[in-house]
Design a protein around this ligand. Sequence first.
Ligand code: ASP
Length: 439
Amino acid sequence: MKKVVKFGGSSLATAAQFEKAGEIIRADKDRVYVVPSAPGKRFDGDKKVTDMLYFCYALAEEGKDFTKELKEIKGRYDEIIKGLRLDLSLDEEFRVIEENFRKGAGANYAASRGEYLNGIVMAKYLGYEMIDAAEVILFYDDGEFDPEHTNRRLSKRLKDVPKAVIPGFYGAYADGKVKTFSRGGSDITGSIVARACKADVYENWTDVSGFLIADPHIIDDPEGIDTITYRELRELSYMGAAVLHEDSIFPVQREGIPINIRNTNDPEAPGTWIVESTCQKSRFTITGIAGKKGFCSINIEKAKMNSEIGFGRKVLQAFEEYGISFEHVPSGIDTFTVFVHQDEFIDKEQKVVSAIHRLASPDSIEIEADLALIAVVGRGMKSQRGTAGRIFSALAHADVNVKMIDQGSSELNIIIGVENADFETAIKAIYDIFVTANL
Ligand code: ASP
């Protein structure tokens, strides 16, 4: 058995948290490859080292003095090193970092140092080899991650290294220049390492005991999710369920490696299993609910548009011309609606409207703002009749006006559009009918 273990920032924010991670790793000899994040918040209101690094580099870029800020970052690591009683000094590393900041090494390089340095500390603490992610995680020149080249390079590198620490969040271009993933990207690194070594499990250790059916800020003490499929998770994380980076599913999905989300502060809890497919039924008809506010809809009307070949393409071309991606396109006989992110659209709205007129000659266009989309996701919905009916009667009882309905062809999810103001009420109503009442 081989396990890849990734620890999030809050699991490595202090020496005491490091010790918990160390105990977890040592408790199972299969936990051979470790992917650390940068130190996160130690308490509410604290700063993440990654944010401190971005800030510090911004000062450097403006030509301002950043020595105090860099010292504060070094203090975070020194506190951990001291607490773990390690014979390790990062003086030389920080000298190089300071020099590179002055030379304009870039914000990606700056942010990546959080994981890089934590990797050095973790490797020393465990007695594992440290593999710099810049050598093994590769990006194309356009900034996209290069999965195949990375997989070959990393598998080869890991072959003769039985135990290693590979820092999360970054890699490099072919010329060695450091490039990071988007925020929270250490989750992706863990998945890449799991794929490269063909791990049996990818354990992702964080500060919650897995996924919850709904956002705890909206639902009081929601139920947890025991098992979820990659596809269900993809739907939920795209809609804002934020435990795992949404791109971290792809590398392990290719090899069918399960992900187990675990809690560093409650290591006995089984957490959530994310799998390719399962015959385990979820406890409720739905697996989860997630949603996002801040959408707007562009409603386009044209008599007999249903018989006009190419109408949809012309409308979508207007969005493409202005670099706006669309979320959903529900359509009727004479209507065609495009849902987009309001903040991406707002500055370009009049340009897009005139482009639609130019390209598709509609009768009228109406924009509606401040909408929310809610995804109700569950593999159990496929075999159940009446799921949609129950959702809509629950929403009607809660006095929520449904603006849009879109059921994916997989029958895995139903997307509902409501006004931003109805968002929380709608989620509560759906949770209550399926989970509290377990209908
Ligand atoms: N440290 C990075 C961040 O704060 C990446 C990560 O933790 O996954 O986003």
